[in-house]
Design a protein around this ligand. Sequence first.
Ligand code: BGC
Length: 705
Amino acid sequence: MRARFVAFPLVLTLGLGSACGASSGGDTGTGTDGGDDDGALDAAIEARTDELLADMTLEEKLSLKAGSGLGEGVWLTPGISRLGLRGMAMVDGPRGVSKETGNNTAFPVAMARGATWDVDLERRIGAAIGLEARARGASVLLGPCINMLRHPRWGRAQETYGEDVHHLSRFGVAYIEGAQTELMASAKHFVANSIEDTRFDVSVDLDDRTLREIYLPAFRAAVQEAEVASVMTAYNRVDGAYMAEQAELLGILKDEWGFAGFVESDWIWGTKSTVPSALAGLDIEMPDDNFFGEPLREAVDAGEVPVDVIDASVRRVIRAQVAWGLVSEGPADPFEAAPASVLERDEHLALAREAATKSMVLLRNEGALPLAEDIGSVAVVGALADTPNIGDNGSSDVEPSRVITPLAGLRAALPDAVVDHLAADDTLDMAEAADVAAADAVVVVVGLTDEDEGEYIPLINPTGDRDSLLLSDAHQQLIADVAAQNPNTVVVLQGGATIVVDPWHDSVQAIVMAWYAGGEGGHALADLLLGRENFSGHLPVSVPVAEADLVPFDNESLEVTYDYFHGYRALDRDGVTPRYAFGHGLSYTSFDYDDLREGASEDSDTLVFTVDVRNTGAVAGDDVVQLYVGFPQSAAMRNERELRAFERVTLQPDETKSVQLEVSLAELTWWDPDAQAWTRHTGPLRVEVGRSAVDLPLRLDTTMP
Ligand code: BGC
């Protein structure tokens, strides 16, 4: 691997923050090796930034504070040719490069990737998306979306990774680390963006602990661990103030966390003012200069925005470009576009397939799966089985050259079987019922599409939040009709987050949550249904028995209050058992957990636990070992249990591995609102290990160090 730029840890030490990584694409990396030169490079970046800033007129500085519209599918920010500053090009997004640029690899949506619990895979996907973005001429990737999923009816649930703080943070960091081997990443949407229909105005009111412990950690990790180059503000308000003018929160980001990159607003409706936004710390208005540009010039002339504030902000924008080679005669290697040959290359399609395979969750299996290799006939039912259905058509939309649907995947995998498609989408007529009854097995594909959930963009994409967590009446009817005809019914669900299955789940043999599985999803599904691959996905969200078991979702009022609890934490608090718990996922094999023990940690920042995991079944498989902590005697309010570590492990039949789980002591603190500081817990610490938030066979009681 050739290093292109500065090593991250060193950048952090020097407080530069936004400088860059190394090219993993191997196609265009041009550069310098790291090592001893890093310190000198960092210093050179700072010096060149200062030099450029000193050379700029006020007019030029102000021009850098707003976008300059749309280029070829990428959003541009101005350069200054006199000074060799190229400007930046930004592109979405979270599941592949935006369709506005052409055909690119469509990965499973982020929520599906969250279900892989495989952060190394996510790092590779971040790098692949980054490389394709670079082939589209982008220098900034508008992702990851690391908004906490408070409720699965959020229209953009599919763009984030799940409902848990630790899991979300790990995935955000992995995506950024991967993407930033190629270009700058932008973590979005800062912060508490989790309702679509009212996203442009709603005020989310959060108490201190909820903000610090639930909604901010993924962003803090993005800044302090992954050194994200940029952060996008959310449209919504927090505690009454629009995020682009939320001085307190932008202060936490920049001053308290030491974020040295730049902050851009979300698009069009994300900037609401000139002076408050400039003073609060919004660096760039996107995508045009409605409030910055001329109005900002007037505000500076009138003394309402000090030149020092402009300088500090513009310095961030310049430094990012210096560090990423977007300035001629700069210290970093020149930023180059990647060749078009990387787009949808085989390696990326294989990665998309791997992600889809690892993401699908076997929720229930009473024996219908796996389908026999020599199966004679499969009836594939439902219009979605033959429809490319890979997610929302808002800003995260990706258009691959091909989408392998469930039907296409099954037909390719079973060339000698009769694989009939019945496109019925509600009830079966008599002929269809007879076909279903005669088949050896039935696969019903139902769920959601971009008409049920998605980003809310007025006039363009008005879908927004989901109305319900249930399937439509038509799809429920279809399942009932099929199940009445054939006992070997497998239901495959498509969608961006939790689907409540209780009205019908007992009537079918097997249920698979397949999410929006990307361009290669149909192949992955067929491999799994046939047992050529083993299921290993685990839910990153809870599936309750009924929506009423979750916290309320209010997508109508303009002021909502978020408390400390949601998802499995709220279910635990209320003593409510979900249908399928956070972390749940079945396999074709079985695993046994034994001998949870605390080990000696190599450093003072972590606790180390080890558990022996054995594959007790007949086939190889991956399991996701999950560790939850609890503080039985905590004086401060706590969740009953909180995920603090997880590991994916691959085991052959009868094989046992000792799996090590590291818990960061920094994650065993709570935010003391009186002291305005993170405070270490004292006293007993309960550690539980198992396969989901309700399947925790091992427990160890220890004491906080
Ligand atoms: C979305 C962002 C996206 C931006 C640019 C906005 O509407 O909220 O997530 O990155 O558009 O397309």
